[in-house]
Design a protein around this ligand. Structure first.
Ligand code: HEM
Length: 332
């Protein structure tokens, strides 16, 4: 009993002495004035505040993977880009484009065949061209949905589906995204091969742009060959954007022999290129379907109405007629 009491008194005295020393010490002696990462008392919070964006803190390790030595990775800039800037950019690009299309539809309505259907059909795209188009288009749509899920899914879907269901869907979506990427690469390559010769810039394109593509006024169609200026923009955006997306996507799926900063750059390129192309493709899909009478047939059956072809691609029809390569027949 006596021993316990004396231990208690001694313990209390030691605690009091320690408290006295700490409170009477100068402030600078309690906290290091500059952060020394090797000092044992450095707190994580202090380190985070002292590290500049892009800094990296590494230690020494004895296993072969050098990335494991990284205690604090560079990447807070990237994290804020990925979690704030990219979702904002994606929202503005997609909603902005949908708004523009809705406005365009209200002002211009569906673009009709001015002369009305002719009752004659002309072959516009053969089966190889349509295969190239739909391989690219369907894979792109799947990639856009599963990719947007990475940027927006957690915020938009978790409240509806709940965390478990979202986690399961997100995992499937990621697998689908990684595999369908290969079909997209094949599609873009095919699109490039089948149409590059018809998409070289020409003087006629400048005239087409100067006339606003004839999209804003009825009855006026600037002459165009197989593809007009606007379609050439779509073509080169798909080729260049598709190439950037494929290369950066490959890097992200196979990140071997690379640094973390490289991976962050590739993810940035991937995200920006994806949303820019999605916005452009919304406009393309609109004009190729509900926005213009007779346009979808070109990628549906491959045959378009002759009057449609004359109005939108007059120079191309003339060329085909002259060469004798125009495949025409009466509409059923
Ligand atoms: C449901 C969505 C889509 C529809 C309805 C659609 C429709 C069409 C149509 C009708 C054409 C032929 C236009 C003509 O006769 O001159 C066309 C061309 C083309 N499409 Fe699509 N498309 C869609 C999605 C896509 C996507 C997602 C891509 C690529 C990622 C794409 C790439 C192209 C390219 C490169 C051309 C040739 C250039 C041009 O005409 O603009 N399409 N599309």
């Amino acid at each position: 009993m006596k021993t316990a009491l004396s231990q208690f008194i001694r313990g209390g005295f030691a605690a009091l002495l320690l408290a006295f020393i700490v409170t009477t010490m100068p402030a600078g002696a309690q906290q290091p004035s500059s952060v020394n990462p090797t000092a044992q008392s450095v707190k994580e919070d202090q380190l985070l505040r002292a590290l500049k964006p892009g800094d990296q803190l590494t230690g020494r390790i004895s296993i072969p993977d050098p990335k494991a030595a990284s205690l604090i990775q560079p990447g807070r800039d990237w994290r804020s880009f990925n979690q704030e800037t990219l979702p904002k950019l994606g929202t503005y690009a997609v909603l902005g484009m949908l708004l523009l299309l809705a406005l365009f539809y209200m002002l211009r309505g569906k673009i009709r065949i001015d002369a009305g259907p002719s009752g004659q059909k002309i072959l516009r795209f053969n089966s190889v061209e349509r295969f190239a188009h739909w391989t690219t288009a369907t894979s792109f749509i799947i990639l856009a949905i599963t990719g947007a899920n990475i940027t927006f899914g957690k915020t938009l879907l978790t409240p509806i589906m709940g965390p478990e269901a979202f986690a399961a869907w997100a995992q499937y979506a990621k697998y689908i995204h990684n595999y369908v990427g290969f079909a997209f690469m094949v599609g873009v390559l095919l699109v490039f091969l089948v149409w590059v010769k018809d998409n070289m810039p020409a003087m006629a394109d400048l005239k087409w742009f100067a006339a606003g593509g004839g999209l804003l006024s009825k009855g006026h169609h600037p002459p165009a060959k197989r593809f007009n200026g606007g379609q050439k923009i779509v073509f080169w955006s798909v080729v260049i954007g598709g190439f950037l997306l494929s290369l950066s996507g490959w890097y992200l799926v196979f990140p071997y022999n690379t640094t973390l900063a490289d991976v962050q750059w590739q993810a940035t390129i991937h995200g920006v290129a994806a949303f820019v192309l999605i916005a452009l493709m919304l406009a393309h899909a609109y004009i190729g379907s509900i926005g213009m009478e007779g346009a979808f047939d070109a990628m549906g059956s491959g045959e378009v109405d002759l009057n449609w072809a004359k109005e939108h691609h007059g120079l191309w029809v003339e060329e085909e007629m002259k060469k004798g390569t125009a495949h025409m027949h009466p509409a059923e």
